[in-house]
Ligand binder design. Structure first.
Ligand SMILES: NC(=O)C1=CN([C@@H]2O[C@H](COP(=O)(O)OP(=O)(O)OC[C@H]3O[C@@H](n4cnc5c(N)ncnc54)[C@H](OP(=O)(O)O)[C@@H]3O)[C@@H](O)[C@H]2O)C=CC1
Ligand SMILES: C[C@H]1O[C@H](OP(=O)(O)OP(=O)(O)OC[C@H]2O[C@@H](n3cnc4c(=O)[nH]c(N)nc43)[C@H](O)[C@@H]2O)[C@@H](O)[C@@H](O)C1=O
Length: 315
């Protein structure tokens, strides 16, 4: 693939790292629906923390494009309890995949970071320029620092080798196939499960974490996948670009919506011994909007879809 082919030719062979995950599976579905050849490997086939195995695989398969959606990912408590793998696995995966892609002459790569790279008290909505302007949220600092290193790696390959590698910073994501483990998941799947199980067992109360006052923005994984396609086709700058929907709500408001979707009519109480995390992280998405992307899935509809997908998977 050369510069003359444009940023994403229809014939491009694309390696999606992390294709069994929430994001990787949505990106794979979208690429395949648009006729692209997608290359995948399970973690058992190639452990992406292993630089030698990753370089050998990329050297043999020689994809045209890499989407890096493999990472150690989890909610607030997983990040808080397991800082070592959240730092080290992510650094190792990024080093293996980005350096391995360059060595295999891959000229186009999309690295997925996260909105938690921004300072805890960044001005809202958060613009890309806020990166490295203040202290991070302590519950996920190791994960955030690994992601910031990934942004730096992408910029460095661009500067030193002219690679057309880019970084996208998604907001909080959700969708079918998410992690629903009550201790390690993100808030949205956790709430779906807690409310569903309470309704099923007839429990009068559901206890949620923190104060309920933090605000979060949620984007469905299918919308993120569509945004990834927009970026692969039209974005080629060293700066990371935000991916979000442009509006947020409190965790208490989210809880009311999830309770209604799952049919839980009991009491909601708050365990304030659990951390709140960042008070707010609404992304400024004007750069992405200028590229023509707008999300299509309203939150209540996305929650219903995710809930029914989970029920179906567990029936
Ligand atoms: N979920 C969210 O709310 C957000 C996610 N992101 C970013 O999006 C990306 C994808 O996240 P998400 O899909 O939610 O995460 P998931 O946990 O759902 O998926 C991660 C994927 O990475 C794979 N993986 C992890 N470690 C390795 C390894 N050592 N070797 C090979 N594969 C590995 C997993 O494989 P296996 O299936 O075998 O476990 C899985 O397929 C990440 O970079 C994350 O930081 C950004 C913002 C928010
Ligand atoms: C995507 C993003 O995800 C993480 O950051 P986070 O947004 O703080 O994560 P979260 O989804 O787990 O929580 C959001 C809010 O919700 C509250 N909350 C209530 N009740 C439950 C509950 O039952 N489970 C969870 N997980 N949270 C709950 C919780 O206390 C918090 O106030 C990082 O991994 C970070 O690195 C990252 O990138």
């Amino acid at each position: 693939m050369t510069a003359a082919d444009g940023l994403l030719p229809s014939t491009a062979r694309i390696f999606v790292a992390g294709h069994r995950g929430l994001v990787g599976s949505a990106v794979t579905r979208r690429l395949e629906a648009e006729g692209h050849e997608v290359i995948t490997r399970t973690r058992e086939e190639v452990d992406l923390r292993d630089a030698e195995a990753t370089a050998a695989f990329l050297g043999e398969t020689r994809p045209d494009v890499v989407v890096l959606a493999a990472a150690r990912v989890g909610g607030i408590m997983a990040n808080h309890r397991y800082p070592v793998p959240f730092l080290e696995d992510n650094l190792r995966i990024q080093l293996s995949v980005i350096a391995g892609a360059h060595a295999a002459d891959v000229d186009r790569l999309l690295f997925l970071g996260s909105s938690c790279i921004y300072p805890k008290h960044a001005p809202q909505p958060i613009r890309e320029e806020s990166l490295l302007t203040g202290p991070l949220e302590p519950t996920n600092e190791p994960y955030a620092l690994a992601k910031i290193a990934g942004i730096c790696q992408v910029r460095s390959y661009r500067r030193q080798y002219g690679r057309r590698y880019i970084s996208a910073m998604p907001t909080n994501l959700y969708g079918p196939g998410d992690n629903f483990d009550p201790e390690t998941s993100h808030v949205l799947p956790a709430l779906i499960r807690r409310f569903h199980e309470a309704r099923e067992s007839g429990a009068p109360e559901v206890v949620l974490w923190g104060s309920g006052t933090p605000r979060r923005e949620f984007l469905h994984s299918d919308d993120l996948a569509a945004a990834c396609l927009t970026l692969l086709r039209s974005y080629d700058e060293p700066d990371p670009i935000n991916v979000g929907c442009g509006s947020d709500l409190t965790i208490a408001e989210l809880a009311t919506t999830v309770a209604s979707v799952t049919g839980f009519a009991g009491r909601i109480t708050w365990d304030t011994s659990r951390p709140d995390g960042t008070p707010r992280k609404l992304l400024d998405v004007s750069r992405l909007s200028k590229l023509g992307f707008a999300p299509a899935i309203p939150l209540a509809e996305g929650i219903r879809d995710t809930y029914h997908g989970w029920l179906h998977a567990n029936s």
